[in-house]
Design a protein around this ligand. Structure first.
Ligand SMILES: *[C@@H]1O[C@H](CO)[C@@H](O)[C@H](O)[C@H]1NC(C)=O
Length: 283
């Protein structure tokens, strides 16, 4: 593609403005989250801008947001465990408490050096999930930080990677598909061992001689309707609340799904021999 000088200049200005707008609303780990487990293996660094989680033979580690949200948008830049990360799982997800919980997941399943991470996504409503879609990424997620975000509003859930939508889960209650909408959720993140299932279905085990494993999070930003004492209060400015995919967004999602999706519950005939679940036919 050929851009003229002035187009490039305009693009530069726009990106600078966008970066600036993002920075203005960026959260702080010191203020916004608590490290909840790992006995010192999770660390807040750089005045709250960076959070590093680590995993060794004895424990993984994790943090959670102080706030609970009923709808919102959470995002962070994440740099995953480099090298041989087989058997490790790094997570970034929303979840409500209780036996009939709701949950919206990003899970990064590690792999042997030179083999791709799998980005696993799922949505649970009232304790029932089984809506997995998995992707490989179009970049090496261990070489640098990349931005992962979940937008959750009354109409849909949108998962994005570096601003590119990779999955949309629509509210299709009208055709009987449950959608998370009543239970406030907290943001959780963790690095833990799951070598029974994570890599090539559990065939590749964790290599503890490479421990400790570390994953880093930065530019955390949670913007949502904050739940407190039984009611939620939404910020005045909440573009995510009515966010939907425009033509361009839908096209980019198609691009990702056609090239990088490696598992889709919608097309798993073994699991649904009767035919795909109803929401899959609406896509
Ligand atoms: C690991 O690499 C293999 C082979 O390259 C690939 O099939 C698999 O999807 C990758 N990810 C995981 C988590 O196993």
């Amino acid at each position: 593609m050929a851009f003229s000088c002035s187009q490039r200049f305009l693009f530069l200005i726009l990106s600078l403005l966008a970066t600036h707008a993002l920075e203005a609303s960026v959260g702080n780990f010191e203020r916004d989250v608590q490290i909840t487990w790992g006995n010192g293996r999770g660390k807040v660094l750089e005045n709250g801008n960076l959070l590093a989680l680590s995993l060794d033979q004895f424990s993984g580690s994790g943090f959670q947001s102080k706030n609970e949200f009923l709808y919102g948008r959470v995002e962070a830049q994440i740099k995953l465990v480099p090298g041989n990360s087989a058997g490790t799982v790094t997570t970034f997800y929303l979840k409500s408490p209780g036996a009939t919980w709701d949950e919206i997941d990003f899970e990064f399943l590690g792999n042997l050096s030179g083999h791709p991470y799998t980005l696993h996504t799922n949505v649970y409503t009232q304790g029932k999930g089984d809506k997995e879609q998995q992707f490989h990424l179009w970049f090496d997620p261990t070489a640098d930080f990349h931005t992962y975000s979940i937008t959750w509003n009354p109409q849909r859930i949108i998962f994005t990677v570096d601003g590119i939508p990779i999955r949309e889960f629509k509210n299709l209650e009208s055709i009987g598909v449950p959608f998370p909408k009543n239970q406030p959720m907290r943001l959780y993140a963790s690095l833990w061992e799951a070598d029974e299932w994570a890599t090539r279905g559990g065939l590749v085990k964790i290599d503890w001689s490479r421990a400790p494993f570390t994953a880093s999070y930065r530019n955390y930003n949670a913007n949502g309707c904050v739940w407190s004492s039984g009611r939620s209060s939404c910020p005045a400015n909440k573009p995510w609340f009515s966010q939907e995919l425009d033509f361009n967004g839908k096209n980019r999602m198609k691009w990702v799904q056609s090239r990088y999706m490696v598992y889709n519950y919608c097309t798993d005939r073994k699991r649904s021999p009767q035919g795909a679940p109803p929401e899959c036919k609406m896509a």
